[in-house]
Write a protein that binds this ligand. Structure first.
Ligand SMILES: *Cc1c(COP(=O)(O)O)cnc(C)c1O
Length: 395
C-alpha cells in the first residue's frame, strides 16, 4: 500500500519521518545547528542557514502538508506568526473579507496593523453567503474564514466561499485550528491557504506555542516560503519536535474529547441555569447539515451562556476540574471567558454586536472522563443556584 492510501490515524504514525534514514531512530532528531557546512564552493547543500530551512522544522512542515493534502507546509513561531505572514501575501490597497467572530488576535492584526499598512477589511457574518457577496469590492483579494468560529461555533461553507473567491481571483484563507485535518480538510474544499495555531489541538498538551500554514499551489508555496524566510518568524527545533510528538495522538485525543463534548453540551442544554449552548454537534445547531457535509465531526469546543455575569463568576470559582485559562485543544479541559480572554482585544461594543456576551463561557473538552466533568459542572451550577437564592432573600 502507498502511504496516501492509509487512514488518517495510521498516517499520523506512518509517514516518511517514522524512522530517521541515517540512524533508524524512531523519533525525528532535533537538529540544533543554525548553519551548515558547505562541502563544495559551487554547489551548496539543501541546508545552508536554519532560518531558511532545517531538517527538524522541515519534518513537521512535510507532515502537516501531507495531513492537510497540500503541496507545502510552513512552521512558524506562533499561530499569529503564521496568520500574519500569510496576510503579507496582500499588498497596500488590497481588501480582505473576514468572518466577524474571528479570533481576537487576528482581529487585532487586521484592525490595528494591516489597516495602518493600507490593507482594508470588512467583517461579515460568513454563514450568510449573500452578506459575503455584498461585501466584495473591486480590490477584494482575500477571504478569511474560521469555521467553526470562535467562540460562537458558527459554521461557514468553505466550498461556497472558495468558489466566490475564485470567480474574482481572490485567495481563501481558512483557520483550521478548531477542527484540524482530522476533521476538516479546507484545501480539498477549495481553500488556498490553511492556517493553524498548532498551540492547540495539533500539539495538544499546553506546552508549546506554534503556528502552521499549508498551501496546495506551487506558485503560492514559493511566495509564502519567500515571506517565511523574509519575515523570519520560524518555529524553533525543540518546539517543532513537540508538535511532531503531539500530532501522533491527535486522532485519539480528538475522538475522545469530541464524544465528551457532545455529552456535556447535551447536559448543559437541559440545565435551567444555562441560557444557550453553542455546539455544532447538537441536532438543533443552525448549520448542522453543512457541518455534516463539510467535516468529519463537530470538534471538542463548545460555548454556553449562563443567566448573567454574576452566574459566570460563581461558576468559574466553583468548578474544580477544568483549568480556567486562555487557550484550548489540550489534554486537560480548559474553561475560558472570551470577553476577558480570547476576545479582550475586541472593544465591548464590537463584542456585543457579535453576541459575545459577558455571560458567555467557552469550554475546550479534554481527556477526563466526561461523567466527572458533568458532575463537576453540576455542583458548580448548584452553587450558582444557591447564590441566587441568597441574593433573592436579601432583596
Ligand atoms: C489560538 C488561536 C490563534 C492564535 O494562535 P497562537 O498560537 O496563540 O499565536 C489563531 N486562531 C485561533 C482559532 C486560535 O484559537
Amino acid at each position: 500500500m502507498e502511504l496516501e492510501e492509509y487512514c488518517f490515524e495510521t498516517k499520523l504514525l506512518h509517514n516518511r519521518h517514522k524512522v530517521d534514514s541515517v540512524t533508524g531512530a524512531v523519533s525525528v532528531p532535533i537538529q540544533h545547528a543554525s548553519t551548515f557546512h558547505q562541502f563544495d564552493i559551487d554547489q551548496f547543500g539543501k541546508y545552508d542557514y536554519a532560518r531558511s530551512l532545517n531538517p527538524t522544522r522541515e519534518a513537521l512542515e512535510e507532515v502537516i502538508s501531507e495531513l492537510e493534502g497540500g503541496v507545502k507546509g510552513f512552521a512558524f513561531s506562533s499561530g499569529m506568526a503564521a496568520i500574519s505572514t500569510a496576510f503579507l501575501l496582500l499588498s497596500a490597497g488590497d481588501h480582505v473579507i473576514i468572518t466577524e467572530d474571528v479570533y481576537g488576535g487576528t482581529y487585532r492584526m487586521v484592525t490595528e496593523v494591516l489597516s495602518r499598512l493600507g490593507i482594508e477589511h470588512s467583517f461579515v457574518d460568513m454563514t450568510d453567503i449573500d452578506q459575503v457577496k455584498q461585501a466584495i469590492k473591486p480590490n477584494t483579494k482575500a477571504f478569511y474564514v474560521e469555521t467553526p468560529s470562535n467562540p460562537l461555533l458558527k459554521v461557514t461553507d468553505i466550498k461556497a466561499i472558495s468558489q466566490m473567491a475564485k470567480e474574482i481571483g481572490a485567495l481563501t484563507f481558512v483557520d483550521n485550528t478548531f477542527q484540524t485535518p482530522a476533521l476538516q480538510k479546507p484545501l480539498e474544499l477549495g481553500a488556498d491557504v490553511v492556517l493553524h495555531s498548532a498551540t492547540k489541538f495539533l500539539s495538544g498538551h499546553s506546552d508549546v506555542v506554534a503556528g502552521l500554514a499549508v498551501v496546495k499551489d506551487k506558485g503560492l508555496a514559493n511566495r509564502l516560503g519567500f515571506l517565511q524566510n523574509s519575515f523570519g518568524a520560524v518555529l524553533g527545533v525543540q518546539d517543532a519536535w513537540l508538535v511532531l510528538r503531539g500530532l501522533k495522538t491527535l486522532h485519539v485525543r480528538l475522538e475522545h474529547s469530541q464524544k465528551s463534548a457532545l455529552q456535556i453540551a447535551s447536559f448543559l442544554e437541559k440545565h435551567p441555569l444555562v441560557k444557550n449552548v453553542f455546539y455544532p454537534g447538537l441536532p438543533n445547531h443552525p448549520q448542522r447539515e453543512l457541518l455534516d457535509v463539510q467535516t468529519q465531526g463537530a470538534g471538542a469546543v463548545l460555548s454556553f451562556e449562563l443567566v448573567d455575569e454574576e452566574a459566570v463568576r460563581t461558576f468559574v470559582s466553583s468548578v474544580k476540574l477544568p483549568v480556567f485559562a486562555v487557550s484550548l485543544g489540550a489534554v486537560e479541559s480548559i474553561l475560558s471567558y472570551p470577553a476577558k480572554m480570547s476576545h479582550a482585544a475586541m472593544p465591548q461594543a464590537e463584542r456585543e454586536k457579535r453576541g459575545i456576551k459577558n455571560s458567555l463561557l467557552r469550554l475546550s473538552v479534554g481527556l477526563e472522563n466526561p461523567d466527572d466533568l458533568i458532575r463537576d459542572f453540576s455542583q458548580a451550577l448548584e452553587q450558582v443556584q444557591q447564590k441566587k437564592l441568597v441574593l433573592q432573600q436579601g432583596e
